[in-house]
Design a protein around this ligand. Structure first.
Ligand SMILES: NC(=O)c1ccc[n+]([C@@H]2O[C@H](COP(=O)([O-])OP(=O)(O)OC[C@H]3O[C@@H](n4cnc5c(N)ncnc54)[C@H](OP(=O)(O)O)[C@@H]3O)[C@@H](O)[C@H]2O)c1
Length: 308
């Protein structure tokens, strides 16, 4: 079968002929139709637990051997993964896709949707809150911003580095205000963008210096939740930074599969009630390296790889 294979940690995938997965107890053999990439695929040194070479893990939608249309997450039995014509995935990680849900939506509402929804809920948004999403132009951010409004936020602000992508969010009405992070006066400009004396709630998807600036742009009582590390894995906080504020990091992938499946089904329902539409760019499997590079370069939406 054709498969996009990572030869080494930190490498770019190469599309090669790869051995096929075979039937095995407790797992489902899947013919993959569509695969997705996300920030978690390319961040840092890929997964510490992965041996190389391996197929790009990704997530996807395909058909099991009974023809059932299923979603599967980044849990393929190693060395297999979503960016291949076939994979094999543990039974609890294989979820039937409801009729009427297209492949890209099924994929987008899974890891990205869950990664946005749960941390956002942990910010405990109250009616009228001023909410900041750092990393607002990415896949998780594009889901979190409309959900924040849906949960009652009075003002929704997005921050990231790319001014054009931010301007698109503002002109589409997805964000009330946007802040281009430059490393210069970020905290002061974020505070100004709050429209008051600082944010009540922050969803931070990048960590590092942007999180430090975001915390400095909050008011007393603020709830700050982190869910990603694209801007670094360290922050420096003085003793006053968290005075009368809380900072939490939320993980979603570590939760049991049944819980993640339930959240995914909730998001599929939410996506019919709230506009969670996402810019998507499609690539052929043979162009997996280009798709990977697009994800590394920050795609401002979802990277989808059409397998067949
Ligand atoms: N905790 C969980 O359960 C969970 C679940 C899923 C994902 N995640 C994590 O969430 C993060 C976001 O994932 P994603 O798929 O949304 O990624 P993405 O689509 O690549 O989006 C990343 C966002 O962060 C911004 N960004 C990237 N590097 C930045 C930097 N150095 N400084 C400031 N902004 C930066 C990007 O915009 P610009 O390029 O314009 O700056 C974009 O808005 C990843 O770290 C991922 O691992 C966590």
């Amino acid at each position: 079968m054709r498969a996009a294979v990572l030869q080494e940690r930190g490498g770019t995938p190469v599309v090669v002929d790869h051995e096929e997965p075979s039937e095995q107890a407790g797992a489902v053999l899947i013919d993959v139709d569509t695969a997705g990439l996300g920030g978690w695929d390319v961040v840092g040194a890929y997964r510490e637990s992965v041996d190389f070479p391996c197929v790009v893990r990704g997530e996807g939608v395909g058909r099991d051997q009974d023809g059932r249309r299923v979603y599967f997450g980044e849990r393929s039995v190693l060395p297999f993964g979503a960016l291949a014509e076939r994979t094999v995935v543990p039974v609890p990680e294989v979820w039937e896709v409801p009729d009427g849900v297209d492949d890209a939506t099924a994929i987008t509402m899974a890891i990205a949707g869950t990664g946005a929804l749960l941390p956002l809920e942990a910010t405990r948004i109250e009616a009228g809150d001023r909410v900041l999403v750092v990393g607002g132009t990415g896949a998780l951010g594009r889901i979190a911003l409309p959900l924040a409004r849906h949960f009652g936020a009075g003002r929704v602000v997005a921050a990231a580095r790319d001014a054009d992508a931010l301007a698109d969010l503002k002109s589409a009405g997805i964000a009330d205000e946007v802040v281009t992070l430059t490393g210069e006066d970020d905290a002061a400009r974020l505070r100004d963008a709050s429209g008051g004396d600082g944010f009540d709630a922050v969803l931070d998807l990048v960590y590092g210096a942007p999180l430090e600036a975001a915390i400095a742009a909050t008011r007393w009582g603020a709830r700050i939740v982190n869910a990603g590390t694209l801007a670094g894995r360290q922050v420096t906080l003085g003793p006053g930074a968290l005075l009368f504020r809380t900072l939490t990091t939320i993980g979603t992938g570590q939760r049991p599969p049944a819980e993640r499946e339930q959240i995914w089904r909730r998001l599929l329902q939410l996506s019919t009630e709230v506009d969670l539409s996402m810019p998507t760019t499609h690539y052929a499997l043979e162009d997996a390296a280009t798709a990977w590079q697009a994800q590394v370069a920050s795609p401002h939406g979802k990277v989808i790889v059409d397998i067949r």
